[in-house]
Design a protein around this ligand. Sequence first.
Ligand code: NAP
Length: 680
Amino acid sequence: MPKDSSIRDIHSFAAGAWISPGQGARHIASAITGEVIATAGNDALDVQSMLSYASDTGGPALRSLTFHDRARMLKALALHLKEHRQALYDLSFDTGATQSDHMIDVDGGIGTMLVFASKGRREMPDAQVYLDGPVEQLGREGRFVGRHIATPLLGVAVHINAFNFPVWGMLEKLAPTLLAGVPAIVKPATATCYVTEACVRIMLDSGLLPAGALQLVTGGLGDMLDHLDCQDVVSFTGSADTALKLRANPRLLSRSTRFMAEQDSLNASVLGPDAGPGTPEFDLFIKEAHREMTAKAGQKCTAIRRIMAPQAHVDAVIAALSDRLGKTRIGDPRLETTRMGALVSGAQKKDVLDKAGLLATEAERVFGDPGHFAVDSAEADKGAFLPPMLFHCADPDTAERVHDTEAFGPVSTVMGYRDLDHAIGLLNRGNGSLVASVITNDSDVARHMAMGAAAYHGRLYFNNRTSMAEATGHGAPLPHMVHGGPGRAGGGEELGGIRGVMHYMQRTAIQGSPDILTAIGGTWVPGAREASDKPHPFTRPFNDLQIGDTLMAGPRKITLEDIETFAHFTGDTFYAHMDDAAAAANPFFPGRVAHGYLLLSFAAGMFVQPDPGPVLANTGLDSLRFMAPVQAGDSIHVRLTVKAKTPRNEDYGEVRWHVTLTNQEKAAVAEYELLTMNAF
Ligand code: NAP
């Protein structure tokens, strides 16, 4: 039979070529009409050649770039996607998502990529080695030192994603992976892979990615996991059942292949005891709960599944939430009036109804009848539409299903609590979740909840009248903050800024002499070689300065008159600088001492080169320590060494100088890092 031309072929991108669906291809239906709109999958994919293409072509190309190069690439990719996002919106309606859902998925994904691009430039070096933590002195004299570094894994990251966020789900994993310097093979859920495929095409067509950096498998993954090794990573998002099956793969276990899981979870929101009806917090609580039930038709891993309120306010919560849910128009997501679209598929709808049936054994449905509800769609009967369904569980202590059954749709259960400890006990019965929220204006309540519940939740979200205008929402994972949770949530941790990049890198403890550590880390380590025979470093442009270039200056003798002048000029007449007897009575001082800030100012006076030159500005000072008192009659010297260099734009870069002040006995009196911006 000839193939219907309206059914799209969704390709895979394997070893540099687009592969059309073949043997084993699966049908994909529209969430709105139930009609088959696409086919995807080809059992004949050569997984070994995909893995080799990634690790032999993509990996070396990515690793030849610095973190800053990769961050610039991410930024360019994100901006390119932004230009083409309309095509992704247009496709996404068939997944059942509304325009505001697209913003979460498409714009949220692009935004996540931009944050990683920015953090890569700001928080990582323009180099190929990432330094993790400070230098540790391991020997008495400082000639044997240690530090931790992170370098990219040499294999491939296999990303297996859930159906609900076909774009964000890919980009939130891809951004940290590429920033780390690791190639990715993305396997989206089949139900929505046509959106992911379009997004991958946009990225590949941009020409911004090196060959081998990104491949795509639509349909089944075949036996790819059976070929992975210790340099590969599997990063999974989906249900707990699938995660368990995949993480138990004998090959992954025998090779200790990293496996990260972001699973489903029974997230909860707690109305604080202070936040009764009539308070801004009560209205906020209802607004957040409503949004979490209806956005993406409740198909969000972070959605609120359990709603906890003080026993006395349970009826008010049910009434207010039901009122709001009743005003939510359900229908074809292309209609502007629609506030909640469809579930992704008929199968998903059936699964949600089955799970709602389980919840109904312990809780009463108080809003939403799946047998009778209004849908604004010509295809109401064929689409995967459901109404929001609110349950009330009168006895959450003896109940089991309400704490362990995730109905991945617009379903939530209200339950009352007696006191805060009872609420904490109920929260933690989810056995580990991605996020729990507490809506309270009482900081003591917040602290009590954090102490009792933080260990069970990857993220705690507090909101009240102060933060509500800016708060990003219970359900929104942010690239800056950790996303993941213990136990039921999978035990994984994604995002969280540079923490998320570390999943794709190996942390290695490096031990050796200061010179060895300087050479490996690209950052000067105290005790390493210094070069002090060159022209003044302030006269040399950014590109001429070398790590280890050093300027020595001094001595400058400190007089009592200096101390008095500084004290009266600045107003800092603290007794330790003015009153010999009072200062001597202080355990830190032998008598009157010079101001630490006076020493810093004198140090600057000793090391600056005053003429206009490549140094554009002093932008800060880090890690300042005053180590020994300086008194009138003492002489100080300063030593300034180029510790690290970071380009900031096309015109200038940041130079981090290690500065040590010593006295006439060669004892260190102060140490700090000085930051300057230097022209190229
Ligand atoms: P799923 O059925 O577990 O599928 C997740 C992914 O695993 C899909 O790409 C699926 O591909 C793939 N998969 C299934 N069996 C596989 C196998 N044997 N080998 C390789 N891959 C396999 O989950 P879903 O229905 O897509 O997503 C809904 C669930 O994800 C919910 O439970 C939700 O809570 C969870 N979720 C969690 C997060 C989070 O960040 N924690 C985010 C979103 C969703 P196919 O589609 O081709 O079967």
